[in-house]
Design a protein around this ligand. Structure first.
Ligand code: FES
Length: 164
C-alpha cells in the first residue's frame, strides 16, 4: 500500500501497533490513502484490505458508509455547504448557487473543469448558530453569504498555492 520504509508506511505501522487486530486501523489507513491519492479507488480498497486482513467488500462497506471518504476524484478544494433546515432558512441555497456559479462546477458533485473545486451539500455541520457554515477541505468558514463567496474562493486558491 505504502512503500516499505517510507514515512507513510512507518506511520501506518505505528497506528496498527496500537490495536489488538490490524483491521481496527482501517479508518485511519483509509484516511491516509485519501490524503496521499485524493480519493479511494476499488484497487485501493483491495490493497488496504490485503494489508489489514479484511476483504475488499468489508472495506467498501466502510468507505461507502462514511461520507468523508471520496469514491471518485474530487477537486483540490472540496467544498461542503450545510443545507439542513436551519441553514436553509438562513439562505444556504443562495450560498450553494454562488459556489456553483463562481467555481464553474455547474452541478453538485461535479468537479470544475480546472480541477480546483467540487461542491456538495451536506447535513448539519454543527455550526447551526453561524449559518451558513461551509467546510473547505479541513477548514471551516462560518456566516457565509453569497457576497462572501468570491473572497472565500480567493483564499482557498492561496491555500492551494501555499501547499504547492
Ligand atoms: S443546520 Fe446547518 S450547521 Fe446545523
Amino acid at each position: 500500500m505504502f512503500t516499505a520504509g517510507s514515512a507513510r508506511r512507518k506511520e501506518l505501522d505505528d497506528i496498527i501497533s496500537r490495536y489488538p487486530e490490524k483491521r481496527a486501523a482501517l479508518l485511519p489507513a483509509l484516511w491516509m490513502i485519501q490524503q496521499e491519492r485524493g480519493w479511494i479507488s476499488e484497487d485501493s480498497m483491495k490493497e488496504v484490505g490485503e494489508q489489514l486482513g479484511c476483504t475488499a467488500a468489508y472495506v467498501k462497506g466502510v468507505v461507502t458508509f462514511y461520507t468523508m471518504y471520496h469514491q471518485h476524484p474530487v477537486g483540490r478544494n472540496f467544498i461542503q455547504v450545510c443545507t439542513t433546515s436551519p441553514c436553509l432558512c438562513a439562505g444556504a441555497d443562495d450560498v450553494v448557487k454562488a459556489f456553483l456559479e463562481l467555481t464553474g462546477c455547474r452541478e453538485l458533485g461535479l468537479t470544475s473543469p480546472d480541477g480546483k473545486y467540487t461542491v456538495i451539500e451536506v447535513e448539519c455541520l454543527g455550526a447551526c448558530g453561524f449559518a451558513t457554515p461551509v467546510q473547505i477541505n479541513e477548514d471551516y468558514v462560518e456566516n457565509v453569504t453569497p457576497a462572501k463567496v468570491p473572497e472565500i474562493l480567493a483564499d482557498s486558491l492561496k491555500a492551494i498555492k501555499a501547499e504547492g
